[in-house]
Design a protein around this ligand. Sequence first.
Ligand code: UDX
Length: 441
Amino acid sequence: MRITMIGTGYVGLVSGACLADFGHEVTCIDKDAAKIALIHDGIMPIWEPGLEGLVKSNQERGRLHFTTDLAGGVADADAVFIAVGTPARRGDGHADLTFVYAAVRELAKALTRPVVVVTKSTVPVGTGDEIARILAEEGAPAGCCAASNPEFLREGAAIADFKHPDRIIVGAEEERAREVLAQIYRPLFLNKAPLMFTGRRTAELIKYAANAFLATKISFINEIADLCEAVGADVQDVARGIGLDNRIGAKFLHAGPGYGGSCFPKDTLALLKTAEDAGVRQRIVSTVVEVNDARKAEMAERVRDAVGGSLAGKRIALLGLTFKPNTDDMRDSPSIPLAQALIAGGAIVAAFDPVGREQAEPLLPGVEFAANAYAAAIGADALVIVTEWDEFRALDLKRMKATMAGSALIDLRNIYDREAVEAAGLSYRGIGRGVVAKAAQ
Ligand code: UDX
């Protein structure tokens, strides 16, 4: 199959490289000439494990091409994927479809043969219908059709998620679209990945419903964690105890500082906006958003309590800044409101993140950046584990303690055992670990 990917952001670049790796002929297009030039030089515009090697090997095999020329890039295509950004529109939370529709208009004028136009970007219900309308209005060749094929890629594990998906969702109204997408994903059938065909609007909604449900699991366990702290129970065990029930499942039940990233915050708001426009209440998702926003804002209070009730003049070391490990993405990261609230409370904040510094620095004015976790800890009254990078899981806590001024460790990701931390002379406060806290009091 000959595939064109419009937009070489996170989703476009990962999807394009993986589709080329399946053996398809893939051309990735981006308006940003500087980005395309960087990729030609082997420099990835995003940090994703394994991506650089995957791009390079497929370029070398002649199956993966990058260009700024849309007309040239779509000339021979069987399918054109739209993977441009859909940021939350300022003010109302609606996904901003300006880039999607602009790309479709330009594409419609450039096409010379019937293609399947596939949205990979997360787009509100009805966007596929509008794309089909624009294709017709702009005089795209007869037989062109629109389909929806949402992505379910986690940052940091995107290549594995693309190659070993739980399912592939294809929303299409035309048989031709189903045939072309079945061909494209044929290599995955061999791995028995279920390919599910639905209507176009249904596929669009599946993406939002999936992310809203995962966000719900997280907010649910975060509230249960608060209850655990109050009643002397342990949320890690509660999560395991309920997660072993197959109907519930163990995943996405890690209590923490609240979810962030490029998807959950934006997609939950977009779902609420879609529901509002449709005149349908979504009380659960609405509460999930509220719980998560409040949670992020509350994290600084935990730090304040751990250093004796006042942040003024206290030195706080933040370990990890990105919204999760294995990414440099800072979008909606819990570290941002945390650092801001600590500074507002009069604290001096030092931070270390293994890869996120470049993205984080402009977002965190007033924060001192350290070269490693041990340097961040020098003179600190408290250490706060904000992101569960692997390298923070086995820190030499005695060495940390020796350079600190105080002795508080606040583990917002529950990666340490209280006993190990206390053995190093530090005090421990995790999330939702009430039983042990009571015993230790
Ligand atoms: C998510 C979805 O998983 C993916 O399918 C979708 O297409 C894009 O959005 P991503 O945002 O990359 O992927 O990260 P994910 O691993 O899902 O984590 C999202 C946020 O939830 C992070 O802030 C993470 O720390 C938090 N989280 C996740 C928890 O707090 N607890 C959990 O149990 C799981």
